[in-house]
Design a protein around this ligand. Sequence first.
Ligand SMILES: Nc1ncnc2c1ncn2[C@@H]1O[C@H](COP(=O)(O)OP(=O)(O)OP(=O)(O)O)[C@@H](O)[C@H]1O
Length: 261
Amino acid sequence: MMLQVCDVGICYATWVLRHLDFSLQAGQVLAVLGPNGRGKSSLLRVMAGLARPQEGRVQCDASVAYVPQFIHPGFEMTALDLVLTGRARHIGWKGAPSAHDRAVAHDCLRRLDADRFAERDIHHLSGGERQLVLMARALASGCQVMLLDEPASALDFHNQAVILEVMRDLAHREGMTVVFTTHVPQHALEIADQSLLLLDAQAFLFGATLDTVTTEALSRLYRLPIQRMALEVDGRAVQTAIPLYHAIGRAMVSLPTPSLP
Ligand SMILES: Nc1ncnc2c1ncn2[C@@H]1O[C@H](COP(=O)(O)OP(=O)(O)OP(=O)(O)O)[C@@H](O)[C@H]1O
């Protein structure tokens, strides 16, 4: 087992999550969905070892890279230098990046179509450009597990497709375990083998994406009717999910509550 979350509980003033259990194999993609403030980022930070859970533990026998939503280094730094910080494990504390490290960093930027930002100060990049550079930094680390916090939240449709394809390739071709949080169910339906829906502090749905990211579960999760459907595109069935925004009033009073396992 590559990554195991065992009876994890996270508490600030109150319990955000409690009694959460799941495990992932190498080469799998997991999507984590939940409304604002439900604990997705907190869970990712605990999985990355950046925060301790108040209960339970996370077991991981692999190198982990964490991709936050934002960073603010507070001093001038080029995108290339930021990506090179991802090479720290290979360079060591006292070493300087080698030509090989720089080549790896450029390759990672190129893979995300972001090499043109290499010499720009990251403070001068747009939110979406910065997200691509942060993912390139994680790629440069050569990690076996990548944890990404809303990696597509600032990206246009083209760049969403770029990072979805990179995440899918990392897992399915290169054997990495990839976990990402998202507010876009279609991203889960596109690439995630497994999905975790954080319904409330102690109610979770975890399983194969097509079994968990359903019309009923999404509608309950977001308190809004959301219709999952299959479109046929180029002879291939593409799963998508459409939020019925106009029905929010109806959702509040009449949504059925699906029974949970
Ligand atoms: N360091 C902290 N101290 C106190 N409360 C916190 C802390 N970090 C997060 N919280 C609270 O814990 C809850 C979960 O926050 P978290 O950021 O994990 O949610 P999220 O699901 O990632 O939300 P979003 O979708 O809005 O990014 C929120 O109510 C938040 O206010």
